[in-house]
Design a protein around this ligand. Structure first.
Ligand code: GDP
Ligand code: MG
Length: 568
């Protein structure tokens, strides 16, 4: 039976050969590289993309890895179809097992049978992996076979359970096996070739494997010869509608050895090319990468999360960490400490009684506290808690970091980036508190000029005290009517008076003169503290917000590269 939609067998076999040849040839190494790229994609996206989207990729990596690791010398061809279409009969006819007592007979048991052309040993691992039981394995090649079987050396032919089996377990088994084989021969018969279930349930889903699918109209001997071309044309039309245009269609009959020659020819070509396995997997990779394409869009700038956005984040974090309050306290503390060192000695003690503005916030002067200490109180400082507005500003800034850095990305990446940005939000208050507590505000020491001025103040005060004492002694001497003291004179002013008044006046003048200097230095101390605090806060933002975002963007970049590599 050599009718094939109006073409000769030579045409058909030639066409199959064309499809298996030349630029369509799959290089095993290139295929392996593509599969590895899919694996990289899965690894990069697994935490960020919904699991069900990665299912097919997972399956592919598992299956392709295993298939490529197993014998590449074997080509697995499956006979699939509905009950009674003649799969088992064809299996027997192709394997020439008809007369053999081990021939596969009806009714089928719902398990696959296999026939191996060539030594079984090499194929056993493959069959183990496919899941064909040892007692269902047959060997075709024996010393008795002539050269006509040599062309099929390496073929592993499977007789699949009926795919329309009422038993769910059988159906699942068929679907599993269809996912594993290298070439599928769909067997239909003249009665049921137009069955909708066959077309919508199976053939349509097999589009991406068009290159490794052959459709066979079996039991052609049952049709009047004149009807055969009509039925074949009709079948062709239905297959075209299934998206399987170009898939070879041919007629066979299991009861007539001559009528299996076409199919045999196709099998020989397939085996010879040994490409079926690779092309099947290449088709899988195509399908999987096409299914993942919508997860990847334009490149993301993972390395520079927009500077402005980071500055806004730092602003919000700084406000919520109380940086302005601490900076203000630093300025006041500077004035306070400067006054205590350079003020008029008579009132210095009184100043010391007033609390230091920084100590009030439990902020230390010099050095960093032991922030890693487990026993450290939480919070470390008593900087006022952030207001609700400040907290929500932090939330907004964090969202803005996520939104801006993922604006160009397709779903689900923006959501993944947002989740990452917010992932450590709960740790922020403590981290900010520690950062503030750990920042050296730069007001711990006593500048030299404080000491000089302080010394000067002591000097003039001592002068005033000495003058006062001298004058008091003079009064006492006069009161006791002793010989009066002669004060040395400076111009018209007695020296003790000059010392007393001059000392007081100089003290006052020094205090006044130092004031603008203190103000200036206090403002500078504030600015310095503020910039150090901002740097510490920015670091917290980098670690808790930007770094998680970056890691998602990096995963995206890796996934993007992997998908591009998998698509090649
Ligand atoms: N006339 C004819 N009968 C066939 C042909 N193929 C199978 N049959 C018969 O169709 C019935 C079902 O065949 P079988 O191989 O068990 O189909 P399966 O269920 O697909 O495995 C059996 O009675 C076979 O003898 C064929 O090409 N021509
Ligand atoms: Mg059967």
């Amino acid at each position: 039976m050599s009718a094939a939609t109006g073409r000769s067998v030579g045409d058909l076999v030639g066409k199959v050969r064309d499809r298996l040849r030349g630029d369509r040839r799959v290089d095993p190494d290139a295929l392996l590289a593509r599969v590895e790229a899919v694996e990289r994609f899965v690894r990069a996206t697994t935490d960020h993309v919904p699991e069900d989207r990665l299912g097919p990729a997972h399956t592919l990596v598992e299956r392709a890895g295993a298939r490529l690791a197993l014998s590449r010398d074997h080509t697995v061809v499956a006979l699939a179809g509905a009950t009674g279409s003649g799969k088992s009969s064809l299996f027997n006819a192709l394997a020439r097992l008809d007369l053999s007592p081990v021939g596969v007979r009806r009714p089928t048991t719902g398990v696959a049978h296999a026939c191996v052309w060539g030594p079984l040993e090499g194929a056993n691992r493959l069959l183990d992996w496919i899941g064909v039981l040892p007692r269902h394995r047959f060997v075709r090649e024996s010393a008795l076979d002539g050269d006509d079987e040599a062309a099929l050396h390496g073929l592993v032919l499977l007789d699949l359970p009926d795919f329309d089996s009422v038993e769910r377990a059988h159906r699942l088994e068929v679907e599993r096996l269809l996912g594993l084989v290298d070439l599928v021969v769909w067997v239909v018969d003249p009665q049921k070739y137009a069955d909708r279930v066959v077309h919508t349930g199976y053939l349509r889903g097999f589009q991406q494997h068009r290159d490794v699918t052959v459709v066979v109209l079996n039991q052609a001997d049952r049709l009047p010869p004149a009807d055969l071309p009509v039925v074949l044309d009709d079948l062709r039309r239905l297959l075209d509608a299934d998206g399987l245009d170009g898939v070879p269609v041919l007629a066979t009959s299991a009861v007539d050895p001559a009528a299996t020659t076409d199919l045999r020819g196709i099998l020989e070509t397939t085996v010879t090319q040994r490409q079926a396995a690779l092309r099947r997997l290449a088709g899988d990779v195509d399908a999987v990468t096409a299914g993942l394409a919508d997860l990847i869009g334009p490149p993301a700038a993972e390395d520079d999360v927009d500077r402005n956005t980071v500055r806004e984040l730092t602003d919000a974090l700084a406000a919520s960490a109380g940086v302005p309050a601490v900076a203000e306290a630093t300025e006041q503390a500077y004035r306070h400490r400067a006054a205590a060192s350079t003020g008029w000695p008579v009132v210095r003690g009184w100043r010391r009684l007033r609390p230091d503005p920084l100590r009030r916030l439990h902020l230390p002067g010099p050095g960093t506290p032991e922030v890693d200490d487990e026993t450290a109180p939480t919070p470390l400082t008593s900087v006022p808690d952030p207001t609700a507005a400040q907290r929500s500003a932090v939330g907004l800034a964090v969202r803005a970091v996520a939104a801006k850095s993922s604006a160009v990305l397709p779903a689900p990446w923006p959501a993944a980036v947002t989740t990452a940005a917010r992932s450590r939000l709960g740790d922020l208050p403590d981290a900010l508190d520690r950062a503030v507590a750990g920042t050296d505000l730069g007001v711990g020491g006593r500048p030299v000029w404080w000491r000089l001025v302080g010394g000067l103040q002591w000097l003039v005060t001592l002068a005033a005290v000495a003058g006062l004492g001298w004058l008091l002694v003079g009064y006492a001497v006069r009161a006791l009517q002793l010989p009066a003291l002669e004060y040395p004179m400076i111009g018209a002013v007695p020296l003790p008076t000059a010392l007393l008044l001059g000392g007081l006046l100089l003290g006052l003048l020094v205090a006044l003169a130092v004031r603008p200097l203190t103000s200036f230095a206090a403002r500078r101390a504030r600015a310095r503290a503020e910039s150090r605090l901002r740097a510490a806060v920015a670091e917290v933002g980098r670690e808790h917000v930007v770094a998680p975002v970056r890691s998602v963007l990096q995963a995206y970049a890796q996934a993007r590269e992997a998908l591009a590599a998998a698509g090649r």
